[in-house]
Structure formats: C-alpha cells, structure tokens
Ligand binder design. Structure first.
Ligand SMILES: [Zn+2]
Length: 566
C-alpha cells in the first residue's frame, strides 16, 4: 500500500515538471518579443510545445521509464565529440541529442533521489533561457564579455520601444546591398544585377580597397582608404576595427535625422570591429540564436544563409518610414562553404581545407567553381526578393540604391584560390551599380572605388562630402588603390583605366612588382616591363597600411568555422 502511495505521489507530479518549462517558455517568449526580427506566432507556439514536451519526458524519466537513457546519452556525446566541431545539421543533430539526453538523465537522477521542490525546477529551467542570453553576450553584435548589459538590454525591451529612434529627415531612402566574395563576372550573370543595371548606372571598372572583407567594407562604410579608417589585420596577425576618430556614413546620416539599420551576415562585421557605429539597429544573422527551438541552427555558417538575412531586412523594411532611412544589407552566400551545392562535400568546405588539399585536378577545380556559381545563383534569388521588397516600398523609384561586393574570389587564375591572397582583377575588382533619381541608366567609363560610395550617399542625403560623387562624370585619369590581405600577403596595388600594378608584400624590401596592360591582357596573364619610377608604381607604393590601433574584439569560433583562424 505504501509503494502504491509513493507512485501515486509521483503520478501527481506531472505539473511539477510542466510548470518550470512553461515558465521558461513564457520568459523566453517575453524576451523574444523584444528581439528583432520578431519570431512568428507559430515559432512561439512551437517553442512552448517543445518545452512542455521536455517536461513530459522528464516526468516519464522520473517514473523510471527509459532507464538506459544515461548510457544512450553518453554514446551520443562520444559520437558528437568524434565528429568534432559540428558544422552541418547532420553533424549537429547527434550533438544536440546527446546534450538533451544527458540533461534529461541528470534531471531524472536528481528527481529520483531528492524530489526537489517545484521552485528548484523553475530556477533550472529559467537558467536555460538566461544561458541562451549569455551566449548572445559572447557574439560580435553585442559587447563581448559583458553579459549583464546584454541581459538588461533583452529584458528592458519595452523601454527600448518607447525610446526607439525615429526618422526626422525627408531625404531620399538610401540602401547599400553588398554581397561578400562576389566576382564581377559572376555578378554580371545574375538576374538581379540585370534588373538593377536596366535602371541604374553600372561601373565596369570598379575596384575594392582590399582583397578581403574587413578593410574593404570599412572603406564602403566610411569613404576612406584603409590607412585612414584603420580596419584590417597587420603582418603579425594583429586585427583591428574602425579607428575611433573616423566618422562612418551611418553616424553622419543618423546625426542628420536618418533612421539607420544594418542587416549583415559576416562575423568580421559587428560591434567588435566598430561597424555598429551610427546604426540604430544592427542585426547579424551569424549571432547565436537565442530562441531555444526556432530560427535555424544555433551555430555554424548555416545561420548566415542569405534567405534569413533577407527575411530580416524585409521585416525591418515593413516598419521603415517611406523616406529618411539608410539600410545596409550585407549577404554572405558566395563565400565558402557552399551551403547549396549539389555535392554535399562542398557544403562544409572551408578555405583552409581547400588550400591545404593536394593539387586538385582541373576537373575538381571546375567542380569547386560550379559550387561557387550555384551559391551565386542562390544569392541571386535572395537579392531578387530584397529588390521586390524595395520596389514595393518605393525605394527603387525614389531612393539611392548601391549594389556591390567587398571583393571577388580567385579560382587558380594566378595559382591561388579564395580571396585575401592576391590583388589580381578577379579578387580586387568588384561589381558596382548605382540607382538614383534622375540618373541615366547605362555603363559609366572611368575607374571608381568602394571609397566613392559613402560620399555619393552623403551628398544624396544633403550632407557635405569629400571625394567623388558617382553620379558625376568620373575623371579619365582616376587611379584607385588597394591594400592588404589575409596576413601572409599584405600586397599593395593600383589601377587606372588601362593598367594594374601589384606590389607583392609591399612593406617588405625588396618586393616583386608586376604590371599588366588591361586593354591587351584583361586576364593579367603576362606582366609587362614597367620602370620603378612609373607613376602607377608610385601610386601603388603610396597605398599605406593602417597605423596600429587597439585590437578588435572578434568572434573567434565563428571565424574558425570559416577557416580564418586555425
Ligand atoms: Zn568578404
């Protein structure tokens, strides 16, 4: 009789298991209401059901059901460790199952031994939610290492709604769409590129200011060369963000009454490198997902899927004013790994693996390029969705829209692969299109640079600006420069309308100088003899590195997943 009574008590304890998880679900739903973009109703419902199901499983465990779960969880955890840093969902699933199984088994063991009161269970469940926020505190778009402010920020969202910045400007809407790692030739095959080119000015001689993301996007957002904006990595691997004294475009626009928003997807771009300056909101789709169930994989590059980034941009746009806003959308699709390649091997390919692989056959190299092209095609679909949203909002008619890339990608044209390792055209030349009211469609001659975008937008918004306005005729003798690379090869280069000069490891002495006649040899196969006193060589030698500044705060795990950190 006594045994039955004890079982009866346990049977009556289902509520004890459901209440803590229901509390966790409600608290997390409250926090998510302040998140942006806000999850859909079915995501809230899904999370609550999932957490209640977790409570139900714990209840079953506590009654002695699934006694072997501890062993099963241990096996799964060992398996998860064996596959190491999980990148793809099929690797992630056993890892998560192992963790969930382990957690449930611990609860089961505690419950059988001590029968803890409901309050303890609730505290543990809320700890899960708070723990997810703690993970948020460690990613780049929030101040890293300072968990408390990010928690307060999450909890105090109704206050944020009250003091949310509003646009006080009637200036034209300004939009920059930048695509990571988008080669000029690949962009020219995109339907979205053609759609923009049909109603805007295209610049076939546009150059980045670097061969990789951080210095290039800093130039895009400041209108300054790397020596002035300071962002990049120096020879010894010291990486730094925007220099404190440099004014970003978003800072000027927001001081001028613009509502500003950045929706980005590259771990180099965030608060840790100063890219949040001037943006009222900065959404990085690479952030750890703070919802327990929804919103995609909690880590790995799959979070940077362009569909999610465009979803976030469109969600912001539905609440944006008609005029007086600045939106920057940075897509990540064409960057390795190729998440949408037909061959699954490319879906986890990172640059380090590719570079360290033995020489690939021509056929294998063509497969890598095809995987890149498949990714560009996917990004094209997402850019189209974004353009549809901008069209509905009237931005394509009334606004100033820029479409470009931070840099291209090389596929063994000059022996190397990826970006950040050379300054040839396939890496440093970028696509560039500008839509602006009254601007005639068509191709523009003259060499332009990513540094020209910010002054163009500043002038369009009615602000004073130094530099070139892309809506004006470009001087025929324009020379554009670029600096930097991914640590081992800090090259300098310069190009004008007819030639390109590359100084390999330009701060080392001696360094190799190669010069190309772009009219005769656009693929840069045969260097031409150029005396060191040539004006373009001097221009390339004059491209200076940034001065050493404070180190950037970087999301090392995310960068490692992309092959940037060993
Ligand atoms: Zn990049």
């Amino acid at each position: 009789v006594q045994q039955r009574s004890a079982d009866g008590n346990r049977d009556g304890g289902l509520v004890r298991f459901l209440v803590p998880w229901a509390a966790a679900a409600l608290v997390d739903s409250y926090l998510a209401l302040g998140a942006w973009p806000r999850p859909a109703w079915w995501q809230f419902a899904g999370e609550i059901l999932f957490l209640l199901a977790l409570g139900r499983v714990q209840y079953r465990l506590a009654r002695g059901w699934l006694r072997s779960s501890l062993l099963a969880a241990a096996v799964l955890c060992v398996f998860a460790l064996a596959v190491h840093a999980p990148k793809a969902p099929h690797q992630l699933a056993p890892f998560l199952l192992g963790l969930a199984g382990g957690a449930l088994s611990v609860v089961w063991a505690i419950e059988r031994r001590w029968h803890p009161p409901i309050l303890v269970g609730t505290v543990v469940a809320l700890g899960v939610v708070i723990g997810a926020r703690w993970l948020d505190g460690m990613v780049i778009s929030r101040p890293q290492g300072s968990v408390a402010p990010s928690l307060v920020d999450a909890i105090a969202w109704p206050f944020r709604m009250v003091v949310a910045p509003a646009s006080t400007s009637d200036g034209p809407p300004l939009v920059i769409i930048s695509v990571d790692t988008l080669r000029r030739d690949a962009a020219a095959r995109m339907a979205s590129y053609a759609r923009l080119a049909a109603r805007g000015a295209a610049y076939p001689h546009a150059m980045s200011t670097s061969s990789w993301t951080l210095p290039a996007l800093a130039s895009l957002q400041t209108g300054r060369m790397p020596a002035e904006h300071g962002a990049g990595c120096l020879e010894d691997g010291h990486c730094q963000g925007l220099a404190p004294q440099v004014r970003a475009l978003a800072e000027d626009l927001s001081a001028h009454g613009y509502l500003t928003s950045a929706v980005v997807s590259n771990p180099w771009i965030g608060r840790g490198t100063g890219f949040d300056r001037g943006f009222a909101t900065l959404f990085n789709s690479g952030d750890v997902v703070n919802r327990l169930v929804v919103g995609g994989p909690p880590w790995g590059v799959h979070r940077q899927d362009d569909a999610r980034t465009v979803d976030a941009a469109l969600a912001w746009l539905t609440r944006a004013p008609r005029r007086g806003f600045y939106l920057w959308v940075h897509l990540f699709g064409p960057h390795m790994p190729y998440l949408h390649a037909a061959d699954p091997i490319f879906r986890t390919l990172d640059p380090t693996t590719l570079r360290s692989t033995l020489p690939l056959s021509d056929a294998r190299r063509r497969e890598v390029r095809a995987a890149y092209d498949a990714e560009v095609a996917y990004t094209d679909v997402q850019v189209m969705r974004l353009l549809d949203g901008l069209e509905r909002h009237g931005v394509l008619d009334e606004g100033v829209v820029v479409f470009t890339a931070d840099h291209g990608e090389e596929f063994w044209e000059h022996g190397g692969v990826e970006h950040g390792h050379s300054h040839h055209g396939e890496v440093v030349d970028v696509p560039l299109i500008l839509l602006a009211p009254g601007l005639e469609p068509g191709e523009r001659s003259g060499v332009v640079s990513l540094v020209d975008v910010a002054p163009t937008l500043r002038v369009a918004a009615g602000l004073p600006a130094e530099g070139i306005d892309l809506r004006d005729a470009i001087p025929a003798d324009r020379v554009a420069g670029a600096w930097g690379g991914l640590i081992q090869h800090l090259d300098c280069s310069a190009r004008d309308a007819g030639r390109r000069v590359i100084l390999r490891d330009c701060r080392r002495s001696p360094h190799a100088i190669s010069s190309y006649d772009l009219a005769r040899d656009p693929a840069e196969r045969e260097p031409v003899r150029t005396p060191p006193a040539d004006s373009l060589v001097e221009a390339a030698a004059g491209v200076a590195p940034p001065l050493r500044g404070a180190p950037a705060s970087l999301p090392v795990e995310q960068l490692r997943a992309l092959g940037y950190v060993q």
